[in-house]
Design a protein around this ligand. Structure first.
Ligand code: HEC
Ligand code: HEC
Length: 178
């Protein structure tokens, strides 16, 4: 009897407290690989794999790319390295149906290995007003690490919310950049 009560209580609580799945916003992916977040999200936000092509992720994980990652060294062990590459490659920019990612993909030079999202032509176009006054909005802004610090201005970037509606530059009003 008690067991039945317990089971029915459990069932009832499942009905009133449905597990909240983390929803991707506006077709951008959720960053949900814990190894990737722990290692590549240590110094800056762990970017969605969809922002870059597999050749870029591959480069970041080679000895050369790890030893000189924008002037710093990134430490990853062998097993983690493979797991992270598999995760990044499975959802790189070539796999995405998102319209913005498709434009980004076309703007990456196929003959080079891009190492920045933020110098992609389409990325620059979307952030034109910020880049035109980057010193004020980014470099001199104590709340923004650098232009690739998506989370500073897109609060829910990790769950894929990059909408224009929710984007804000900390310390500024919309009227300052619009
Ligand atoms: C030890 C700190 C550190 C770790 C760990 C780290 N990064 Fe970085 N990352 C940096 C720095 C520093 C920059 C350059 C920031 C700047 O331009 O001011 C950077 C920039 C980047 C950029 C370029 C963003 C842009 O468009 O400007 C990408 C992509 C990136 N990192 C990916 C990774 C990946 C993938 C990993 C894991 C393999 C990783 N990072 C781990 C410090 C780190
Ligand atoms: C300094 C603040 C700032 C940073 C850093 C930043 N963004 Fe933005 N982003 C904005 C603002 C503000 C807009 C809205 C465009 C406007 O109002 O000019 C925007 C627009 C966008 C859009 C277009 C949204 C749409 O629906 O048109 C995308 C996608 C985007 N950002 C992605 C990124 C990614 C990815 C990063 C990190 C690599 C990033 N942003 C870093 C402020 C920022």
């Amino acid at each position: 009897m008690r067991r039945i009560l317990k089971i029915s209580l459990l069932f009832f609580s499942l009905l009133i407290l449905p597990a909240q799945p983390i929803m991707a916003h506006e077709d951008f992916d959720v960053v949900d690989n814990q190894d990737y977040i722990a290692i590549c999200g240590d110094c800056h936000m762990a970017h969605q794999p969809q922002w870059m092509p597999a050749r870029s992720w591959n480069y970041f994980l080679t000895n050369k790319g790890l030893n000189d990652h924008f002037g710093v060294k990134v430490d990853i062990k062998g097993k983690d390295l493979q797991a992270i590459y598999d995760y990044l490659k499975a959802a790189d920019s070539s796999k995405s149906d998102n319209k913005i990612i498709k434009r980004m993909e076309r703007s990456y030079n196929p003959n080079t290995i891009p190492i920045r999202i933020t110098t992609n032509r389409h990325y620059e176009k979307m952030h034109r007003k910020i880049i035109d006054d980057e010193k004020r909005f980014v470099h001199d802004n104590p709340k923004v690490q650098y232009m690739g610090d998506c989370k500073a201005c897109h609060e829910d970037a990790l769950t894929g919310d990059f909408s224009e509606r929710s984007a804000k530059i900390p310390g500024f009003q919309k009227s300052d950049w619009e």
